[in-house]
Design a protein around this ligand. Sequence first.
Ligand code: AQP
Length: 322
Amino acid sequence: MRVFSGIQPSGPLHLGNYLGAVRQWVDAQSSDAFYCVVDLHALTLEISPDALREQTIDLLATLMASGLDPEICTIFIQSQVSYHAQLNWLLECVSTYGELSRMVAFKEKSQRQEGYRVGLLTYPVLMAADILLYETEEVPVGDDQRQHLELTRDVAEKFNHRFGETFRVPVGTQPKVAARVMDLQEPTRKMSKSISSPLGKLNMFDSPRDIEKKITKAVTDTDGEVRFDWPKKPGVSNLLEIFASLSGETPAQVAARYTRYGELKSDLAALVIETLAPLKRRHDELLASPDELRRVAARGAEKAAAVAGMVYQRAAAAMGLA
Ligand code: AQP
């Protein structure tokens, strides 16, 4: 099964990125899986060149510390495979302004950026290029990416219809629990690297003290009953989903064991700390050898380019490029 997914080096990963995406990637890794640090996407945000360089290598270390093994799957950095930017242009020429301006992520993020960049509107097309270049069958992503994935499918189908069968049309996969981890302070909004407040997001490598503090201060409600009920109790349901995703239970099973929010929160904090501590240690070890990380990325880019080049040439030829 050909699998592709990507993640932006737009800051430290949070628990939503880990549970919604990265853990699925680890489960799906094989010689047919391609995972990409999408640094071109991070350019849509305000980010300094030094921060982008540093965060890109840090993210590579985070992915490997989470269990991705470059001996098993292909891990690479998007900007090191130029076909992504090239196919992006071809696909921009089959996509419409109307379909891009309907994207919820664009509507949300453009409200927060004064004089937002054109890239913020068009990055879902780049995402389509990322996916289609690898003849992808499955894209493991969090629930927030459903709309972008639909766009990818639409673009692929439109292209195939107009220029002949060129792209495989992929499907998205989401985990059964924690496909959308919510902000701890605003549990009706997803946890996000760029939008959540420091207390609202649990970073994978926060200190145990910060993890405890953030979970203790997580917004719940005043009725005091531990029950899994998203519409009425989003704060508690979010904590239950995170718990269940880490313990392998269902949220209702976790809820049945607790009568008080305080106990649920302190056990959840202990479970998060215990799960992430070994990953943090491995991350720090890997980061101590940045040259080795760069070698992994270079090898990955070579493997990725071999597949992407073929698909790009096919698309370019189909459109009539010489
Ligand atoms: N809250 C979430 N719950 C579950 N999955 C999530 N993902 C993101 N937030 C959650 C999944 O993480 C993967 C990588 O996402 P990304 O970094 O490329 O960009 P994003 O989806 O826009 O994530 P963020 O954290 O909100 O980053 P910023 O703020 O930088 O845009 C995707 O598979 C996503 O579904």
